[in-house]
Design a protein around this ligand. Structure first.
Ligand code: PAF
Length: 274
């Protein structure tokens, strides 16, 4: 497995791999890998011949008062996990290798990214689409794998790929949970044991919604009773992120809430009965 820090070196390698006829799979991450990320790498392995995992804590998707500086990092652990899961390359650039000081180009999706996390984290999705577009140009993937945990992000990236004609298949892999139901996230590391215990309310309420035992209001009440702050609880069409209509195929029930100072997101999908 190769470790590459230089963007141009990655692009040169990726172009030469493509010339041999191999399919490239890309798994973009911010590192501090857990089982959720590893399931994305495994999925990319199944769907391609050469897997690139990017590890880059992308500064431009963090707001001024967010956790960029304390975002957890453990490169040696990540390296061992990538190796174990058969990645061919880790791409780990430094921020100034990715962004020139006088950069002036952004990639922005303007519809799906407006609500939910986009409304509460201004500039977040613009930072995500910009870095993912750059990673696509550098890693030249045939297929890129993202997690359903960031449901809005996955939709925004699909829309970017559709609207800008990136010749890339986007795969959204299922959300992975711990045995206690809590969705895996690098940010779970911030939770105290008591906060972690309380955080179970997210999956508990979402599962109850999936079983038809709670509606949007019920989920909101259950979470508001336990979390320190609720950013949103929404019940939307899973494809459009708008209010469900008679054409809605699947509902996305998505939540964002704070436990202590840690903001967690979670979601479930509910098939509409026709
Ligand atoms: O989901 C993430 O970890 C990040 O938003 C991504 C897609 C790697 C872009 O920085």
């Amino acid at each position: 497995m190769r470790i590459i820090h230089d963007p141009v070196e990655l692009q040169t390698l990726a172009l030469s791999v493509r010339r041999t006829g191999k399919r490239i799979g890309l798994v973009p991450t911010m590192g501090f890998l857990h089982e959720g990320h590893l399931s994305l790498i495994d999925e990319a392995k199944k769907r391609s011949d050469f897997v690139i995992v990017s590890i880059f804590v992308n500064p431009v998707q963090f707001g001024p008062n967010e956790d960029l500086d304390k975002y957890p990092r453990d490169f040696e652990h990540d390296r061992a996990l990538c190796e174990e899961h058969g990645a061919d390359v880790i791409f780990a650039p430094a921020p100034d290798a990715m962004y020139a000081p006088d950069r002036s180009v952004w990639v922005e999706e303007t519809k799906l990214s407006r609500g939910l996390c986009g409304a509460l984290r201004p500039g977040h999705f613009r930072g995500v689409t910009t870095v993912v577009a750059k990673l696509f140009l550098l890693a030249q993937p045939d297929v890129a794998v993202f997690g359903q945990k960031d449901a809005q992000q996955a939709l925004v990236i699909r829309r970017m790929v559709r609207d800008l004609n990136f010749p890339i298949e986007i795969v959204t892999a299922p959300l992975v949970r711990d045995t206690d139901g809590v969705a895996l996230s690098s940010r779970n590391k911030y939770l105290s044991p008591a906060d972690r215990e309380r955080a179970k309310v997210l999956s508990r309420s979402l599962f109850a919604a999936q079983r038809g035992e709670l509606d949007a209001d019920g989920v909101r009440k259950a979470i508001a009773g336990t979390a320190d702050k609720v950013d949103y609880v929404v019940w939307l069409d899973a494809d459009t992120l708008e209010e469900p209509t008679e054409n809605t195929r699947e509902i996305l029930v998505a939540v964002a809430a704070y436990f202590g100072t840690t903001r967690l997101i979670d979601n479930v999908l509910i098939q509409e009965k026709k």
